[in-house]
Design a protein around this ligand. Structure first.
Ligand code: UD1
Length: 421
């Protein structure tokens, strides 16, 4: 297993490009299953999650070629097994997003139940109830969910809670259903809007994405498209925090500023300065950071995927901050590792009280999930001495060669291949 070593104490300076968004790419890869012709995606981030999805699509019979420019040809699918196997779903929960497209296009799907994962139980009941509302017959057996439907029918469905993947799954299924669907209490994330855009390019009729009600007039068939993936707001946000706490001066080219309002607002509250320049978003880290109170919420609220990184910023602030996690029940696994590096954080239920500023000191830490790993690397950037981050395969799910990107900004960050985890 690889490890990453960070030598702290460098101010980050310079300009980097923001990569395509993982969470936009994954559902759009699945959307290719809805069509009869190849889809080409551009600005695809080179991430292990994207590769896992490609493997799943290839297993279903798609011909998948390319990386940064990725082509998915679904014409070989009909004769396949139409299954998302346990081996893939257990490594990446987003694998369940093939369910809606397979059911809508081929009338059946067999998906391994995801089970628990590091950041909570994460059930898929809302995906299933939504598809059932569209007419799917669902059976659960041997750890798999089997779905069948001759032709899905448009329906009204109200989600009990806001789910990004659930919204995407049901939206894709409804795109090929007979009649009109109305989905209420849907996720408003930019990646949902992006999926709606691509579905409409494919020939679908999706209205209202970005609001809490989406209406979809079903169509009989969809065609493959050529589409460039939108920039990753979480990758951008991660580099924003790294720049801010290192008193850096970093410009993020193509940063999706409009998708980052909640993060920018909280960072401004802490004293970070931002300038929107023709080159992108410039982030200027202050000499002294102030405390912030943050509660994660569905978009347009503060994203849970930025919670761990924001916690590192809070540890560097003068005073007491409070961070409350409302989306996932077990998403503070970075806390003990940050504390081992010197942070003063106490967790009570779903809130973490943070007293700063911390003088981090480098040590060996263990990455536990994707965003937790990013927080450890960021803390390493401001730590005294050397921080060794192990189990970086979590990081590679969502950040493309983070070490070379931070090196480009002057950070001393190296990857060592094959080290024992
Ligand atoms: C997506 C993102 C992930 C992000 C999350 C929340 C992708 C590939 N991943 O994950 O990075 O952290 O949104 O912004 O886009 N829930 C249920 N029943 C369901 C579905 C969800 O109870 O049927 C719960 C989950 O357990 C969780 C909450 O709803 O507590 C939000 O989950 P959801 O929005 O579905 O997250 P994902 O789509 O898996």
């Amino acid at each position: 297993m690889d490890k990453i070593i960070v030598e702290g104490g460098r101010r980050l300076r310079g300009t980097i490009e923001v990569n395509g968004a993982k969470n936009a790419a994954l559902p759009i890869q699945c959307a290719a299953l809805l069509t009869d012709t190849p889809t080409t995606l551009r600005h695809v981030p080179l991430l292990s999650d994207v590769r896992t999805m490609n493997k799943l699509l290839a297993g279903l019979g798609c011909e998948v070629s390319g990386e940064r420019v990725l082509t998915i040809d679904p014409r070989g699918v009909a004769s396949g097994t139409l299954e998302a196997p346990y081996e893939l779903v257990k490594t990446m929960r987003a694998s369940v997003t093939v369910m809606g497209p397979l059911l809508a296009r081929y009338g059946r799907a067999r998906i391994s139940l995801p089970g628990g994962c590091a950041i909570g139980a994460r059930p898929i009941d809302q995906h299933l109830r939504g598809l059932e509302a569209l007419g799917a017959e669902i059976t659960l057996a041997h750890g798999y969910v089997e779905l069948k439907a001759k032709r899905l029918r448009g329906a009204t469905f109200v989600f009990d809670l806001v789910t990004v993947g659930g919204t995407q799954n049901v939206m894709m299924a409804a795109a090929l259903a007979k009649g009109t669907s109305r989905l209420e209490n849907v996720a408003r994330e930019p990646e949902v809007e992006e999926l709606a855009r691509i579905l409409n390019k494919m020939g679908a009729r999706v209205h209202g994405a970005g609001t809490s009600v989406i209406e979809i007039e079903g169509v009989d068939n969809l065609s493959g498209v050529d589409h460039a993936i939108l920039p990753d707001r979480i990758e951008a946000g991660t580099f924003m925090v790294a720049a801010a706490i290192s008193q850096g001066d970093v410009t993020l080219r193509h940063a999706p500023v409009d998708d980052l309002h909640a993060v920018i607002a909280k960072m401004e509250e802490a004293g970070v300065r931002f300038e929107v320049t023709p080159d992108g978003l410039r982030v200027l880290g202050p000499e002294r950071l102030g405390p912030v109170d943050v509660t994660t919420r569905p978009h347009p609220g503060f994203p849970t995927d930025m919670q761990a990184q924001m916690m590192v910023l809070a540890t560097m602030a003068h005073g007491q901050s409070l961070i409350t996690e409302t989306i996932f029940e077990n998403r503070f696994m970075h806390v003990p590792e940050l504390c081992r590096m010197g942070a003063d954080i106490s967790v009570h239920g779903n809130s973490a009280a943070i007293r700063g500023p911390t003088r981090y000191s480098g040590t060996t830490v263990m990455a536990t999930d994707l965003r937790a790993s990013a927080s450890l690397i960021i803390a390493g950037l401001v730590a005294e001495g050397r921080t060794e981050v192990r189990r970086v395969y979590h990081l590679d799910r969502g950040y493309e060669t983070i070490e070379t990107r931070l090196q480009a900004l002057g950070g001393q960050v190296e990857r060592y291949h094959g080290a024992r985890g």
